[in-house]
Design a protein around this ligand. Structure first.
Ligand code: FRU
Length: 738
């Protein structure tokens, strides 16, 4: 953030300083030289309604200590107690009346919440037997919030007269209660929250930048162009200095009049005034040079990512869509972000392509190329890319969007293509099944009793889907076959005449079996996938050309990057295989060959024998970004230890356990020698072992200062050791740093 921007906050903040004092009543009480101190009329803290008088049941015997049984959490009151007429639920009624008091100040301020019904749910000021002021709560439909907020009346007309306050609850239905607290007479006009705060902006630059404070109250921000609602998001808007600036790409509406409407802001909030336009992202560090930015794992420029979506090869580019919250550091506002790559290593993020709409936020899904134009959404010369996604509103349905250029996407007018099966249905993964010449969709469906299932559908045109079969997994607590299914054939040990189908779920457990175009017959079930942590919802690419023939998978890597304007990332792209083992078929994960492009300085170390006396063979390896390929024949009692940027990783040949980073992983014997390969980025390590049967992704917060590595034998010895080490370069190119 520029200095001038912050100084302008400071001067604005100055203006509001007095206002803070007013909101926090204590100030005027402490500073007793005010000519007219605030007068506390009631705070309901004494544990009794005295000297107010009660009728009916709704008020209980004493002021409530916050939330009552069966009520949503009540917030926004002051101290320990408040008036809360939810006593015995909504159906109770009653009144609470103050003794008469002298009206001596200009304003009466109070906190109020609960149901909205001016006739039956009210706080009233009565003067000379007449109701002269009245207020009610904010809620008149299911849902809503039990938060009290500050309101006030101008009571100057009755100064010098006697007044009485009365709280009335005559409502018995939903939201049939009222909450009141902290009534004060004051001469200082309070700052009350502003509702539907609006700002018009003539769009001229690429981005609208929003001030975000992580953990701040979420505000509903509606973005309209020419009076038409484009999108609505929830943002943790900063009322003062932000933690970071979220960017909304508004280039599509350049030259038009936009309107921003924010549902509610504190009276002294600077949030809406701070929003500004720019052709650049805002941030202290240049893009992709931030201290915690992964350098060869994809992460979004700004905001949060979770699942990879719509992985597809189309017109010479790999497309990576992803669950994206452009406006928060945590999950929310699900958009489909979009990035493209020529080689699966260097990614160029292009902006959000599927925005939340009336059908809900855009949850996970997949993409295919409709080569024969079965959908009619392109033509044979221009086959469309088709996205299938979950619109997670109520109902939660499956939608379709398409593109013929891989840049602009249109949602189908006739959406949804699949109506809700159960509210927990999501994450369609679509594949072309050549033998039956049909599209197959695998969909996660939570069945009653929290049973997990994968529903198999077929279609001729990607728009009309027919249920073919249902595969059951586990029940809740046994997350087998839970969320984000993927389904693909894999050749056994590279022999495609022997391929098997794999059904994979979000936690990377999988089943292996056969598929006849309708039903999946598992032969092996509940096989564990990766052996690390923080790896979830992986998906494989569709339409990788036959000549290439690889099945490439990318997972969500849960790297937490505190203090950065972005959070989370993607795993390395992994080439999948199936291999025969003593226990049956198992999936293998291999880092894709293209990653070798990142290798810079290489060092090769050879030794016929390494013992506890040997010097550290990799002492000259230094760097935040590193690849290590290790091979040796350990003696049966050998224990060896790597130190990776200060983190220890140990392997014992007698137990075959690899231990470190809080994990203990059993390494099956798969080859004559011990082979290990690992990649270190700024916030992760990914380890490959046992002929790629073992993949261990681990988010790690490496200390940036420690960039050294060592290897030693603690016990026993290792023969024919070969350690190839590579320092790696960043995958972020200059032209991508826009
Ligand atoms: C998995 C998941 C999906 C869902 C998406 C929402 O991480 O819960 O099931 O579609 O994330 O962001």
């Amino acid at each position: 953030m520029s200095y001038s921007r912050w100084t302008s906050y400071k001067s604005l903040a100055h203006l509001f300083l007095g206002a803070f004092c007013i909101v926090r009543w204590g100030c005027s009480l402490v500073q007793g030289d005010f000519t007219s101190e605030d007068i506390l009329v009631a705070d309901f803290e004494s544990g009794s309604y005295e000297p107010w008088s009660v009728t009916g049941e709704a008020f209980g015997v004493a002021p409530a200590q916050g939330t009552l049984p069966g009520q949503m959490a009540v917030t926004g009151y002051r101290g320990d107690r408040l008036v809360n007429t939810f006593f015995r639920g909504d159906r109770t009624t009653g009144t609470l009346t103050s003794p008469a008091f002298v009206i001596q100040r200009d304003y009466l301020t109070f906190l109020i919440g609960g149901g909205r019904d001016p006739k039956r749910l009210a706080l009233r000021l009565i003067v000379d037997g007449e109701i002269v002021r009245s207020a009610t709560g904010p809620n008149d439909k299911p849902g809503g919030s039990e938060e009290l907020s500050l309101e006030y009346w101008d009571i100057q007309p009755w100064k010098g007269k006697m007044g009485t306050l009365q709280i009335v609850d005559e409502a018995t239905g939903g939201w049939g209660h009222i909450n009141v607290d902290h009534l004060v007479q004051t001469d200082t006009k309070p700052l009350v929250p502003r509702l539907d705060v609006t700002r018009e902006i003539r769009l001229s630059e690429r981005y609208l930048l929003f001030p975000i404070k992580n953990g701040a109250k979420k505000r509903i921000v509606t973005f309209k162009v020419d009076g038409k609602r484009i999108v609505q998001n929830e943002m943790e808007l900063s009322d003062s200095k932000p933690d970071w600036w979220a960017a909304m790409d508004v280039s599509a509406w350049s030259g038009k009049n936009a309107e921003l409407v924010i549902d509610k802001l504190p009276g002294d909030s600077l949030a809406i005034d701070q929003i500004y336009q720019s052709n650049q992202l805002a941030g202290d560090s240049p893009l992709y040079e931030e201290t915690k930015r992964a350098q060869f794992h994809f992460s979004p420029k700004r905001g949060w990512n979770n699942d990879p979506n719509g992985l597809v090869y189309f017109r010479g580019e790999y497309h990576l869509f992803f669950q994206h919250n452009p406006y928060g550091w945590g999950w929310g506002n699900m958009h489909w972000g979009h990035a493209v790559s020529q080689d699966l290593v260097h990614w160029d993020e292009l902006g959000d392509k599927l925005l939340p709409d009336e059908m809900g936020p855009m949850f996970s899904g997949s993409a295919v190329v409709d080569w024969a134009n079965t959908s009619g959404l392109g033509d044979e010369a221009n086959p469309p890319m088709v996205l299938l996604y979950t619109a997670a509103g109520n109902p939660t349905v499956q939608g379709l969007a398409y593109s013929t250029n891989g840049r602009n996407f249109t949602k189908l007018d006739a959406n949804p293509v699949l109506p809700q099966v159960t509210p927990g249905n999501r994450d369609p993964k679509v594949i072309w099944h050549a033998p039956s010449q049909r599209w197959i969709m695998v969909l996660y469906v939570e069945l009653p009793g929290k049973q997990h299932s994968v529903h198999f559908y077929s279609s001729m045109n990607l728009k009309d889907w027919r249920l073919e079969s249902v595969t059951r997994g586990g029940i809740d607590g046994d997350k087998y076959l839970y969320e984000c299914p993927d389904f693909f054939p894999l050749a056994v040990d590279g022999d495609s005449s022997q391929s098997k189908w794999v059904l994979l779920a979000a936690d990377s457990q999988y089943a292996i079996g056969t598929f006849d175009g309708k039903t999946f017959q598992p032969e092996e079930q509940r096989l564990p996938g990766h052996r690390g942590r923080g790896f979830y919802a992986a998906q494989s690419f569709s339409d990788i050309p036959k000549e290439d023939g690889r099945r490439v998978l990318i997972g969500w890597l849960q790297t937490e990057t505190k203090g950065m304007p972005f959070n989370q990332s993607m795993s390395l792209p992994l080439e999948l295989g199936l291999t025969k083992t003593d226990h049956g078929l198992r999936m293998t994960y291999r880092p894709i060959a293209e990653l070798q492009k990142l290798r810079t300085k290489s060092l090769v170390f050879h030794s016929p024998i390494l013992t506890p006396q040997s010097a550290n063979p990799i002492s000259s390896l230094n760097g935040e970004l590193v690849e290590v390929v290790f091979e040796a024949s350990p003696s049966s009692d050998a224990i060896m230890e790597w130190s990776i940027r200060g983190e220890k990783l140990r392997y014992s040949q007698s137990t075959r356990f690899l231990e470190g980073f809080g994990l203990k992983i059993s390494i099956p014997k798969s080859e004559a020698t011990l082979k290990l390969r690992f990649f270190v980025d700024r916030n992760s390590i990914e380890i490959f072992a046992a002929s790629d049967q073992i993949y261990v992704p681990i988010p790690v917060s490496f200390s940036p200062e420690n960039i050294s590595y060592s290897f030693r034998i603690l016990q026993g010895e290792a023969e024919q050791a070969r350690i190839d080490t590579y320092e790696l370069r960043s995958a972020w190119n200059k032209e991508m740093r826009r």
